[in-house]
Design a protein around this ligand. Sequence first.
Ligand code: SAH
Ligand code: SF4
Length: 361
Amino acid sequence: MKIEEKKSIQDYTREELSQLIKPAFRAKQVYSWLYHKYVTSFDEMKNLPQLLKDELSKTYRISPLKIVRKEKSRDGSIKYLFQRDDGNTVESVLLLMKKKQFNEDGSIKHQEKYTVCISCQVGCKVGCSFCLTAKSGFIANLTAGEIVEQIRMIKKDNDIDANRRLNIVYMGMGEPLDNLRAVAQSSRIFADPDGMAIAPHRQTISTSGLSSKIVKLGKLGLGVNLAISLHAVDDELREKLMPINKAYNIQSIIDAVKQFPINDRKRVMFEYLVIKDVNDDMASAKKLLSLLNGIKSKVNLIYFNPYGGTEYKRPEEKDMKQFQEYLTKHGLHCTIRESKGLDISAACGQLRDNELEENGV
Ligand code: SAH
Ligand code: SF4
């Protein structure tokens, strides 16, 4: 068997592994090596019998992705470019939400807070006109193991302790609900208390609004948070920005969201990418408010991040503020997404694009 043909051990939940590895308690040990110590070979799993280590390395692999590029931003965010076996690359970003702070006596006031933004596909079928990922079309679905590996490698690379709490957002490259099986599997693997123990309420799945799949995701009962990339409040504009709107219009998304089980302490996040002179007007803010009426929601306004060749422009700060103030004044939770990592290639898809250009692709 060639190495590429082996399945990654990270494709499996602990329950599945305990069916495959006997005696079953060994699965828990393997999980601990993988997700607490971030090992990259079976040989490092010191408390396993040699026979089992040999067997495992014959059957499975551990490193389905390799880090091919890393960019650090001044605010501490780090953008990673990972490569698969087939040579294709995907991005993930480690966002430092809060720096570690000390009290005057040297004791720790609060620990760092991390969020990791991960990818689930190479390219994307949805084809949004503002998105760089869409430009390459759809290339491949990532496996659950490849999704899991992004977090595992980033934790290893930054020496992030296994117990350090961290949030995950499926907001990198690709449409999570178009690869629902692998995404759901990765979510279960992340949540396992014997593994990374990233509780479902710390995971957010962002979608361009595949309404039927939103309902399906809700029925899976994973307990994850939902984010909807809305970006426009009327169907005509939304179709221009996001062709998927022809299949699933705004009302169908709102209806699907209303059926989605939401954690008592949480709200559905509506992402609104603000583009200058396209959707930054007050009439849109007004319509957004009425659309979300009756939904436990919050709005995240995102600055459009321009790149070479796009016709769209970054909005004015004053228009962003005005938009936000209108919504907050009327009782809607509304934040403006901090431009984390703006000095690196900020929005997802942009690091990969730089790499392709440099390689003349
Ligand atoms: N496909 C899913 C998952 C995230 S897509 C979705 O669309 O929800 C990646 C995120 O990057 C989306 O929130 C999208 O709005 C945002 N994005 C894409 N292009 C951008 C750009 N040029 N500037 C800022 N954000 C962008
Ligand atoms: Fe795909 Fe999301 Fe980009 Fe739209 S914004 S093309 S859904 S990755």
